[in-house]
Design a protein. Structure first.
Length: 80
């Protein structure tokens, strides 16, 4: 597991950033009197939706599966 801790922190940071930016875009679209308010109202929730995939990657990166439960062939266990 080469990037176990670093990758999970990366996924968490990018997911939080996308959530915050998406919320800000959504609120700007609602409360600012702009002619192109619909761009902000639609792109904000879209960013929040896309961050779900990063949240899933973050969660899956923290899961630990014991080697006994993987049922790997004996030849593969010797390589790790």
């Amino acid at each position: 597991r080469v990037c176990s801790g670093v990758c999970t922190i990366f996924f968490l940071a990018v997911a939080v950033i996308l959530d915050v930016v998406g919320l800000l875009l959504f609120l700007v679209g609602i409360f600012a009197s702009l002619r192109y308010w619909d761009f902000f109202v639609f792109s904000g929730p879209l960013l929040i939706f896309l961050s779900i995939f990063l949240w899933i990657f973050w969660y899956m990166g923290g899961l630990l599966v014991p080697e006994e439960e993987l049922d790997l062939p004996k030849s593969n266990r010797d390589l790790s």
